[in-house]
Design a protein around this ligand. Structure first.
Ligand SMILES: [Zn+2]
Length: 603
C-alpha cells in the first residue's frame, strides 16, 4: 500500500532501525571480524558469502551481488514496496506514523482496505464453517475426498464451501450488521437489477486467496460438476489485483528459497496436489496470464529459477511463448515441464507420485530450448520448415540480453536444425540493425561473469577489457572511501573515460555529493531507483579500501595510462591497416576511434 511517509519520519526510522537486528531475525548470522556473515537468503549456497556491516548499516552478498540498506533488504526479502518496508520498520521499532500526515483521501483508502481485509476474513470463516457443517458441507467434503485431498490439505488452504442458493452470504452480512454497500466492494455480493443483492459464489468449493502479509484478498470458487464456468474468481477490488497476486505464494516461499526454484501451475487443485505430495514450492496464476509483476515478485522474494508446468496442449505452448520475454527481461531462469498427454499436475502426481514429478523436473527444458523443440514439432525439418522455425524464433532469441546465453541458444538451434551458426547469426543481425535503437537502451548492464557488455555485440571483447572495468570499480570504491581524492578525479576528467555506465552513474553521484558518513551513504542509495545500482553501491562500500592519497593518485595514473595505451594500440592498428590497404578493417578501426572520442565528448 503506497501511503505517504513524511521525510522526518523516514529519517527517524533510518536512525533507529538497526540492519543487524532486522536481518538476524530472518537469517542466521555469525560474527566475522567487525562484520557478520551468513548463508545468503537470495541465492542458494553452502558457504556464507552474505555479509552484514553494522557500522555501515548495509548488507552485501559476494556470491550473487545482492546488496543495499535495511529498506532494500526488507523489500527484497519480503517482496514489498519501499513504503511497506518503512511501515514494517516503524512497527518493529515502535515509531508512530501518524494518520494526520495522510491526505483525507489517502486515509479513506487505507481504512477502506482494512475494512475489506476484515470482511474477507470473516467470510473465509463463514465458508469454512459451511464446509465443516455436517449437513451443509457433506457433498463438498465428499467431492474433495474423492479427488484425493486430505483433511490436512483442506485445513492448510482454509478451503470452504458456498452453499447452493442466492442469498446465504447476503443474510450472513445482514446478521453481522455489515452494510451491503460495503460488502459489495468485496465483490462477493452482486447488486440485483431491481433491488437488493445476491451471492456471487453458489454451490462451489471455495479457495481463499491470501497474500504475503497473510491478508485475505479474494476468493476462487470451483463447481463440483460439469456446470460452467468451472472456475470463478473474485473481481478486482481495492485489495485484490490479479496481475500482482499468486495463489499459494505465502505457503510456497520457504521451500522456494531453500530449493532455489518455484513451480508455476495454473489451477488451485494443481497446487494443492503438489503440496500433498510434499512439493510446496508452487504458486498458481489466478485465471490470468503471467505478468511482469508476477515474475518480479517471484524473482525478488522467492527463487532464481521458475518451472512452468503445463499440460501438453497447445494452450501451454502459447503461454510459454507469451511469457518467455517476461523471464528473459527479468533475467530469471525459466524451464518448462511438459506432462504426458492428458495429464495436468493434479492428475499426474496423484497417479505417478512425487518421484515421477521430480524426474519431470530434471527433464525440464530451458524455455528457449522448449520453444525450439516445439517449433520443430510443428514445422518439421524440411527446408521450408527450418526457415519457418528460424523466423519464429528470431524474436525470443533477440530478446536475450546476455550475449553468452544467446550464443549458447544459437548454437543449440544450429545443431538441431543442421544449419551453420553463422547463417542464423546473419539472419538475426539483419533484424537487429533494423531495431537497434530501442534495444541498446536497456542493454547497458555490465555482465560480470562473461566480462562483456551484452549490448555491444559489434565491438570485439578486446576493446572493452574486463581489466579496465576492474580498475573503474577500484576508482569508484576509492572515491567513496577517500573523498579527498574527488577534486583530482574531477580535474583529470576521469569519468569521461569510464566504459561501465553503472559505475559511471554512481561515480557522478559521488562527485556531486561526497560521502562522509552514514547519512551520505543513505542519500546515495536513495538517489538510485534501480536495484542493480543499489547492489553495486553496497558491493563498493562493503570493502574498506584504506588507501593513502598517494596510492589513490597512482591508481588514477594507471587508469589514464591504460586508456592511452589502448588508444595507441588503436592508432598503430590504423596505421598498419593503411599500409596494407585493408579498407574494410581501416573503416572499422576509424569508426571505433570516432566512437571513443564521441563517447568522451558526450560525457
Ligand atoms: Zn547471495
Amino acid at each position: 500500500m503506497a501511503i505517504h511517509i513524511p521525510e522526518d519520519k523516514l529519517s527517524e526510522i533510518r536512525n533507529t532501525a538497526n540492519i543487524l537486528d532486522v536481518i538476524s531475525e530472518r537469517v542466521v548470522l555469525k560474527r566475522a571480524g567487525k562484520d557478520h556473515v551468513g548463508l545468503c537468503p537470495f541465492h542458494s549456497e553452502k558457504t556464507p558469502s552474505f555479509t552484514v556491516s553494522s557500522t555501515k548499516q548495509i548488507f552485501h552478498c559476494f556470491g550473487c551481488g545482492a546488496g543495499g540498506d535495511v529498506f532494500s533488504f526488507l523489500m527484497k526479502y519480503d517482496g514489498i514496496s519501499f513504503s511497506e518496508a518503512a511501515q514494517s520498520l516503524a512497527r518493529r521499532y515502535g515509531i508512530d506514523l501518524p494518520d494526520r500526515n495522510m491526505s483525507p483521501a489517502q486515509a479513506k483508502a487505507v481504512s477502506l482496505r482494512q475494512q475489506l481485509f476484515d470482511l474477507n476474513r470473516e467470510v473465509m470463516g463463514y465458508y469454512t464453517r459451511q464446509l465443516m457443517d455436517p449437513a451443509a458441507g457433506k457433498q463438498a467434503r465428499a467431492y474433495l475426498a474423492d479427488r484425493g485431498f486430505s483433511p490436512e490439505m483442506i485445513a492448510r488452504f482454509s478451503l470452504g464451501f458456498a452453499p447452493d442458493g442466492w442469498d446465504h452470504l447476503v443474510r450472513f452480512f445482514r446478521q453481522q450488521r455489515v452494510s451491503l454497500s460495503l460488502a459489495e466492494q468485496t465483490g462477493l455480493v452482486v447488486p440485483r437489477k431491481s433491488d437488493g443483492f445476491y451471492d456471487r459464489f453458489r454451490n462451489r468449493v471455495i479457495f481463499p486467496i491470501i497474500d504475503m502479509s497473510q491478508q485475505v484478498i479474494g476468493f476462487g470458487g470451483r463447481v463440483m460438476d460439469d456446470s460452467r464456468p468451472k472456475y470463478l474468481n473474485s473481481p478486482e477490488t481495492p485489495v485484490y489485483n490479479k496481475s500482482r497476486s499468486l495463489y499459494g505464494a505465502p505457503a510456497a516461499r520457504t521451500r522456494a528459497r531453500e530449493t532455489g526454484a518455484v513451480y508455476i501451475v495454473e489451477g488451485y487443485f494443481d497446487l494443492m496436489a503438489l503440496h500433498q505430495h510434499d512439493i510446496s514450492n508452487a504458486v498458481a496464476t489466478l485465471g490470468t496470464a503471467l505478468t511482469a509483476d508476477h515474475v518480479q515478485m517471484l524473482k525478488r522474494g522467492f527463487a532464481q529459477k521458475a518451472y512452468l508446468v503445463f499440460d501438453s496442449d497447445e494452450a501451454g505452448l502459447k503461454a510459454a511463448k507469451r511469457s518467455v520475454s517476461l523471464f528473459l527481461n527479468a533475467a530469471m531462469d525459466a524451464a518448462v515441464i511438459v506432462l504426458p498427454k492428458g495429464y495436468d499436475p493434479d492428475s499426474f502426481v496423484f497417479e505417478f507420485g512425487q518421484a515421477a514429478f521430480m524426474e519431470a523436473t530434471e527433464n525440464a527444458l530451458p524455455m528457449i530450448a522448449f520453444l525450439v523443440e516445439s517449433a520443430i514439432k510443428s514445422n518439421g525439418l524440411s527446408m521450408e520448415g527450418k526457415l519457418r522455425i528460424i523466423s519464429e524464433l528470431q524474436e525470443p532469441l533477440m530478446e536475450i540480453q546476455d550475449r553468452l546465453a544467446r550464443s549458447i541458444y544459437i548454437q543449440y538451434l544450429a545443431e538441431r536444425l543442421g544449419v551453420r551458426e553463422s547463417a542464423i547469426r546473419d539472419k538475426l543481425k539483419s533484424i537487429k540493425t533494423a531495431s537497434r535503437a530501442p534495444a541498446s537502451a536497456s542493454a547497458s548492464v555490465f555482465d560480470r561473469e562473461a566480462g562483456v557488455f551484452p549490448g555491444q555485440t559489434d565491438a570485439p571483447a578486446a576493446s572493452m577489457p574486463s581489466e579496465m572495468i576492474r580498475v573503474e570499480r577500484q576508482i569508484v570504491s576509492m572515491m567513496l572511501n577517500v573523498p579527498e581524492i574527488l577534486p583530482e578525479v574531477e580535474k583529470r576528467n576521469i569519468l569521461a573515460y569510464f566504459s561501465d555506465e553503472r559505475l559511471c552513474d554512481i561515480a557522478r553521484a559521488v562527485l556531486s555529493a561526497p560521502v562522509y558518513g552514514e547519512k551520505d551513504r543513505d542519500r546515495l542509495f536513495n538517489r538510485f531507483e534501480s536495484q542493480a545500482h543499489k547492489d553495486m553501491i553496497a558491493s563498493l562500500l562493503i570493502r574498506d579500501e584504506c588507501r593513502s592519497l598517494d596510492q589513490c593518485e597512482l591508481l588514477l595514473c594507471q587508469f589514464i595510462n591504460g586508456i592511452e595505451k589502448r588508444e595507441n594500440t588503436l592508432l598503430c592498428q590504423i596505421q598498419s591497416a593503411q599500409e596494407k590497404n585493408d579498407d574494410t578493417l581501416l573503416f572499422e578501426l576509424l569508426r571505433k576511434k570516432q566512437e571513443q572520442s564521441e563517447g568522451r565528448l558526450r560525457k
